[in-house]
Write a protein that binds this ligand. Structure first.
Ligand SMILES: NC(=O)c1ccc[n+]([C@@H]2O[C@H](COP(=O)([O-])OP(=O)(O)OC[C@H]3O[C@@H](n4cnc5c(N)ncnc54)[C@H](OP(=O)(O)O)[C@@H]3O)[C@@H](O)[C@H]2O)c1
Length: 259
């Protein structure tokens, strides 16, 4: 894809799943990568090995996004590795499955919003400030979810975080367009990752999902990487404030019964 060669991109949550897929695709496109993780050291080492095998330069950095007061130092270090960044992918997230009644004090709610919404808000703001000071353009991709658009029981915290993320994607795009900073969102459907392997690959569950998706299959982490590369590339220079839904048609289909 045009405009990605040598671009310096920070990907949060690159130790597994979609973030690792994004890293492999961006490495293949010639980007230099700053790969973030929190607890999964073995995972980030696997991602690092994979991207280096593809010829990419990469650095690894750790931070727990529940510790919001550590984000400034984290961002400054990430910015310094390659003397700046051209892109930020806010991918790290926790999928909290909890009903409101089981989380009456809202602790899970608060933690989910910290990692999935407050951290991207602060990181994007730090990135925009640094780009403005350096008088350079920048591109941000916020990895949201179809739960930003339609949701179900169990997901009050998760859906609130992703609907909020879609909101700041739009507001920050509007605020920073004048500085050449683009902000777009990605809304993946169902993508099996290590975390979900057991549930999604169970035959009856896989069948239920398949029949709801016009494309007839789950997505892959590589496909999410391709979409991210597109949003960071010169192909989308006029695109900002948009949320790209990539879900095999799941949301478009809705829940209508058919005869
Ligand atoms: N898989 C799907 O079907 C799907 C669909 C829609 C949206 N998404 C979104 O895709 C993103 C990645 O999820 P995934 O499915 O690929 O799951 P995953 O493999 O569990 O990846 C989650 C990533 O977030 C990081 N993370 C978790 N808690 C963190 C914290 N407190 N501080 C900093 N980083 C933290 C993890 O780091 P460590 O493991 O190193 O701690 C890991 O790298 C999430 O934002 C999720 O909402 C996924």
């Amino acid at each position: 894809m045009q405009g990605l060669k040598d671009k310096r991109i920070l990907i949060t949550g690159a130790s597994s799943g979609i973030g690792a897929g994004m890293a492999r695709v961006l490495a293949r496109e010639g980007c230099r990568l700053v790969l973030h993780y929190n607890r999964n050291q073995a995972g980030i080492e696997r991602t690092l090995q994979a991207v280096e095998a593809l010829g990419a330069q990469a650095k690894v950095i750790r931070c727990d996004f529940k510790q919001l007061n550590q984000l400034t130092e984290f961002f400054n270090q990430a910015w310094s590795f390659f003397e700046g960044l051209d892109g930020l992918v806010n991918n790290a997230g926790i999928v909290t499955k909890s009903t409101s009644l089981k989380d009456a004090e809202g602790q899970q709610f608060a933690d989910t919003l910290a990692v999935n919404l407050q951290a991207p808000y602060q990181l994007s703001t730090a990135f925009a400030q640094a780009c403005i000071q350096a008088k350079q353009p920048g591109a941000i991709v916020n990895n949201s979810s179809i739960h930003g658009q339609a949701t179900c029981e169990w997901f009050s915290a998760y859906a609130a975080s992703k609907m909020g993320l879609d909101a700041i994607t739009k507001v920050q795009a509007v605020e920073w367009g004048q500085h050449g900073i683009r902000v777009n969102g990605l809304a993946p459907g169902v993508v099996p990752v290590e975390r979900t392997d057991k549930i999604l690959n169970e035959a009856s569950m896989a069948e239920k999902w398949r029949e709801r998706m016009p494309a007839g299959r789950y997505g892959t982490t590589e496909e999410m990487g391709e979409a991210t590369a597109y949003l960071l590339s010169d192909a989308t220079l006029w695109m900002t404030g948009s949320i790209l839904t990539i879900d095999g048609g799941l949301i478009a289909r809705g829940n209508y019964p058919v005869r």
